[in-house]
Design a protein around this ligand. Structure first.
Ligand SMILES: CC(C)(COP(=O)(O)OP(=O)(O)OC[C@H]1O[C@@H](n2cnc3c(N)ncnc32)[C@H](O)[C@@H]1OP(=O)(O)O)[C@@H](O)C(=O)NCCC(=O)NCCS
Length: 344
């Protein structure tokens, strides 16, 4: 027998579930009419092509941290826990413009999460699902009792208002969830992945160092500095989302041992209403299953879109606590994450 001492095993909760969800929507509403002052388009085109009627854009006070604290406060209240019991703060975002430190540490401190480990992840519109997968593992692995997962974006900071193909799409906001121990399974297998061969189909126009190099050029040769923005090949993303993501959603259902007709809600990333409708068809989702259509008033808020839509469905009574929901996020990377979860 070896004399090597054995590490004490770590035991976590048998199962995990979402205990609370909360959202924050910025005060300022940007209706399509305002977008039409930036680009040559029409309210009808935007509504029929994307499903969006209006979006919220954050003001100077509605920072990534502020929106996160507001959303998380609601999730914590719904979970009914002391923030000191949160043993992990995961912030999914692509629009926190300061490279370091992670915005998660400030948020954890402001919420009273003690010395909880806090970090940011960059998984675009799959960010909430990625965070949920990590939180589920932390809780069941015994490395945290409760984990706070936040999806937050200020995509208005990265929107080129002169770009016809993206100016109408993006919105700002924050959504948060508390994941913690459960007596019964509350988070199914997270079916997640990436496809770096398509890294360029949605991306920032230029890296920050490139932008700053241009600023030097402004001082010298006079080349104009352009602020980095999000660009996407709309049709490529659309086709990928419609064909590939319905398969991923089905895998999440199969892995959870749930059929579409057993769902109490379908909460896909709010990317485009036509993508949602195509997925409903591909999944043969019965008309009786309520579907999140938050995009109409919120636009595409990337990592924040699923928890924001989840909160709205619960608040409006469209979905009920204890119902099973299929969630799926997908976006820049390309990345995706889907799972069946029990609603808090
Ligand atoms: C962005 C999107 C709505 C554009 O719709 P589309 O049908 O692909 O549009 P296209 O770029 O092919 O352009 C079609 C026509 O509309 C026109 N058009 C493009 N943008 C327009 C706008 N904002 N307003 C009015 N017309 C517009 C184009 O000029 C083109 O006209 P033409 O046929 O006369 O040449 C669509 O591609 C989409 O939703 N993609 C997925 C995006 C998404 O969900 N991203 C998030 C993933 S996280």
């Amino acid at each position: 027998m070896s004399n090597t001492p054995q590490i004490r095993p770590v035991t976590g909760a048998r199962y995990a579930r979402i205990h609370g969800v909360g959202g924050y929507r910025p005060v300022r509403v940007i209706p399509n009419a305002e977008v039409l002052t930036w680009i040559d388009s029409s309210d009808e085109w935007i509504r029929t092509r994307s499903g969006i009627a209006e979006r919220r854009w954050a003001g100077p006070e509605e920072s990534v941290a502020e929106m996160s604290v507001q959303a998380a406060g609601k999730a914590i209240a719904q979970a009914g826990i002391d923030p000191a019991r949160i043993g992990g703060v995961i912030v999914a975002t692509v629009s926190h413009l300061k490279q370091t430190p992670a915005i998660a540490t400030e948020i954890a401190e402001r919420l009273g999460c003690g010395t909880a480990p806090a970090f940011d992840i960059s998984a675009a519109c799959a960010g909430f699902g990625y965070g949920l997968g990590l939180a589920d593992g932390l809780v069941r692995g015994g490395n945290a009792e409760y984990v706070l997962v936040i999806g937050v974006e200020r995509l208005s900071d990265l929107t080129d208002t002169s770009d016809r193909s993206t100016a109408f799409i993006f919105g700002d906001g924050a959504g948060a969830a508390i994941v913690g121990p459960s007596d019964t399974p509350g988070i199914g297998k997270v079916v997640w992945g990436s496809d770096g061969s398509q890294k360029d189909v949605i991306s920032q126009t230029q890296a920050w160092d490139t932008a700053f190099a241009k600023e030097d050029a402004v001082n010298g040769a006079g080349e104009r500095l352009t602020w980095p923005a999000l660009r996407m090949e709309g049709q490529t993303v659309f086709r990928w989302a419609v064909w590939e993501m319905a398969k991923v959603a089905q895998q999440a259902l199969d892995a959870a041992g749930i059929t579409a007709d057993q769902l109490g809600a379908f909460i896909p990333h709010q990317a485009n209403m036509r993508i949602t409708d195509a997925m409903i068809k591909a999944l043969k989702l019965p008309a009786s299953v309520p579907v999140a259509r938050d995009i109409t008033e919120t636009g595409n808020t990337s990592a924040a879109s699923i928890p924001l839509a989840m909160e709205r469905m619960l608040e409006s009574g469209e979905a009920r606590s204890g119902d099973l929901a299929l969630i799926i996020g997908f976006g820049a990377g390309l990345v995706y994450a889907a799972a069946v979860v029990t609603l808090p």
